[in-house]
Design a protein around this ligand. Structure first.
Ligand SMILES: Nc1ncnc2c1ncn2[C@@H]1O[C@H](COP(=O)(O)OP(=O)(O)OP(=O)(O)O)[C@@H](O)[C@H]1O
Ligand SMILES: Nc1nc2c(c(=O)[nH]1)N=C(CO)CN2
Length: 162
């Protein structure tokens, strides 16, 4: 069994419902959700002039390989009607693999740990709620240390407690 951390995000349609729907699909297609952070809201990072985002981090126990999980989350994005616009643009649902066990993967289609974890408070803050002591396998720092070192000014607040 593998331990995988996923980030879900949405800023179009009904973001809260889409995060809930994503949890159901993840349970169906990826594995058992063992921890779920609160739902957080923040301004759009990277591209301005977008609606605010909701984000959540999930810990999932999965029998699938990282490649199979990527395929499963891409299926879920399709099922939930993801509309792709621009890079870092608005979306009905986005699912990223943050960590897969403590493995380092550099495939053209799959970078694990996710390359932006340490730069984005919208990832670090929910991640810290459920996995503060998990160590980043490249930086050899816990999520808590990464958050303390973060230079991202983005303000991320709880929208809804789990
Ligand atoms: N760890 C990962 N999790 C999810 N997708 C990944 C990962 N590493 C690489 N990818 C690739 O990224 C592509 C998805 O890009 P996407 O359009 O979601 O980027 P984005 O969400 O706009 O930006 P970002 O990746 O910075 O969050 C997928 O096709 C997938 O192959
Ligand atoms: N606050 C926030 N900003 C973002 C997000 C996101 O999930 N939350 N996702 C993006 C696409 O990768 C770009 N910007």
């Amino acid at each position: 069994m593998n331990v995988v951390y996923l980030l879900t995000g949405a800023n179009l349609g009904n973001p809260e419902k889409q995060l809930k729907d994503a949890m159901n699909e993840i349970t169906e297609r990826v594995g058992k959700i063992t921890k779920a952070s609160s739902i957080y809201e923040s301004e759009a990072w990277g591209v301005e002039d977008q609606p605010i985002f909701l984000n959540q981090v999930l810990e999932v126990i999965s029998p699938l390989s990282a490649t199979k999980i990527l395929q499963a989350i891409q299926q879920i994005e399709l099922v939930l009607g993801r509309i792709r616009t621009q890079r870092w643009g608005s979306r009905t649902i986005d699912i990223d693999i943050l960590y897969f066990n403590n493995e380092i993967i550099h495939d053209p289609d799959l970078q694990v740990p996710h390359p932006y974890i340490q730069e984005r408070n919208f990832t670090l803050i929910p991640l810290n709620e459920i996995a503060p002591n998990f160590e980043h396998p490249i930086f050899k720092k816990t999520n808590q240390q990464l958050l303390m070192d973060s230079k991202d000014p983005l303000h991320v607040k709880i929208a809804k407690h789990e």
